[in-house]
Design a binder for this molecule. Sequence first.
Ligand SMILES: Nc1ncnc2c1ncn2[C@@H]1O[C@H](COP(=O)(O)OP(=O)(O)OP(=O)(O)O)[C@@H](O)[C@H]1O
Length: 617
Amino acid sequence: MRRGQGIGGHLVANVASLRRLPQLVASLWAAGPGLASAILVLRLIRALQPPAVLYVAKLIIDEIVARSAAGAGSFQLADLQQGGALSPLAGLILLEFALVAGDAVLSRVDRLLEQMLGERHANRLGAALIRQADALDLAQLETGEIQDRLQRARNQSVMGNSLLGQMLNQAQDAVTLIALVAGVAAFAPALVLLLAFALLPSLLGEAYFNSLRYGLDKEATARRREIDYIRYVGANARTAKEVKLFGLGAYLAGRFTTLAGSLHVASMALARKRALWGALFGILSALSYYGAYGYIAFRAVQGDISLGELTFLAGALMRLNALFERMILGLTQIADRALYLEDLYSFFELVPGVTEPERPLPFPEPIRQGIVFENVGFRYPGKEGWVLRNLDLTIRPGETVALVGENGAGKTTIVKLMSRLYDPTEGRILIDGIDCRAFALADLRRHVGVIFQDFVKYNFPAAVNIGVGRIEAVADRERMDAAAEASLAADVIARLPAGYDQVLGDMFTSGVELSGGEWQRIAIARAYFRDAALLILDEPTAALDARAEAAVFARFRDLSRGRTAVFISHRFGTVRMADRIVVLDRGGILEAGSHDDLMRRDGHYAALFRLQAEAFQ
Ligand SMILES: Nc1ncnc2c1ncn2[C@@H]1O[C@H](COP(=O)(O)OP(=O)(O)OP(=O)(O)O)[C@@H](O)[C@H]1O
């Protein structure tokens, strides 16, 4: 929201925010149509209860007044019955009781049903959010703006529940209000106008402040993310080592205080303004309320309305006053949250750029001609420089290729392109002559097994940590044993108290944390467990000790026989084992060939190889 937009602009934004409400209603309905209908019926009945109670009270008083007027004398218990049946007065009192007690019961049933529907809806939304995040491109998820939106959407998936209750309260109050206003209009039409005067300024004021609040929150999202991040870095087992040793505690606390303070100042300034105006509007509505009260008292004294009608009108006014207050507050909260619905639903409307082909071709099994990068260029969306440019590279079937190059040369990006985490900005990637965009994404990825250098350390049991490589086969112990054996993870598992069932990581109390190299063995097992035609390992042995590295690679060569394998490594002892080594520099290929070829050529690779070898002499 831009500053200086004026009240008109704010109101438009506020009304626009409500446009997402029908979507919320539809998804709530879809979560439980039966539950939703039952809730609506209950709310409607409860909405009509207050006017009914007031009306019965009016009848009771009129009945009592009529009795006194008829000179029936003081009221006796025996008066409760008349000719063997209940007297009209007793009947009315009983009815009043039934209305009040009935509402108490209905409100409990209603709350229960709403909780059921709310939880069901939140669960559905939570799952849908994960599916949508999965469908989006990695490049989309990596942008700060989408991360913000995702963060807000995550909050919303829980908030939807409170919105359900608020919307129903509002609808119920609206029905009660209409019924009460109709009742008031029947006895004293002039009062309705007076009430409208009390309502309008509050309504406009609230709408205005709602939009200001949203604008403020939106502006502050980036700062709030930074605050959350500082809170994470400052109070977290993972960062504690460095924070302690570098003495960062005071620095982080200071930065936190500065950022949180700036947010606090802005939000307090708005809260003060809002409180001031709220108080003024409150006085205005109190004035209207007492004006109306005086008016009906005067008419009663004049004898224009009966005592029963006076009771009804006074009761209705009191209720209407409370209802206005509540509805304005409710409207504020609904509009406020509805503005955030925009984040939720706009996240669901994001369309991935890495798309499925209309008529997918089957992935070649086995790969016969290989993988060809044809003049491939890649630039991150919204970024200036090219990460890869004019890249021509062929990976033959059954070949083991090592990608080497300095930090930032583009090695990981090549791997991401091969698995279609990104699509090339220019050029094509062909598998057996077919553009890889022609395969169904799931089919392509089923045939590719990638372990990234920043692989995920799942705080799940060891078996699942390996099984995620091919989750549908997670129960296949024979396959798991083979993968664990090949990756040297078997030794790690054997040492775990609960073996394969041992929860790993430090997130849960039952978890066992592993060393970097142990985690890496588990991750490599994941790749073997996947058993894909194309195996890609991005710095798979960086955390392994020398003996483990040699053992892993001896097995890697055995296992990758007959399948295509690509690995990235900065360790030339490992790299030299590849059939072909591709040296990358600033997004292009500098040289390529076997270790012996490249050493003979005496170029960049040979220089780097000697440099590393000398360091060990
Ligand atoms: N999500 C991203 N958004 C924008 N730029 C990125 C992103 N990820 C990587 N880059 C840039 O792309 C370039 C290539 O990165 P890449 O990870 O492919 O390099 P690499 O050769 O694997 O490096 P390393 O040896 O350090 O792992 C780098 O200059 C990096 O700054």
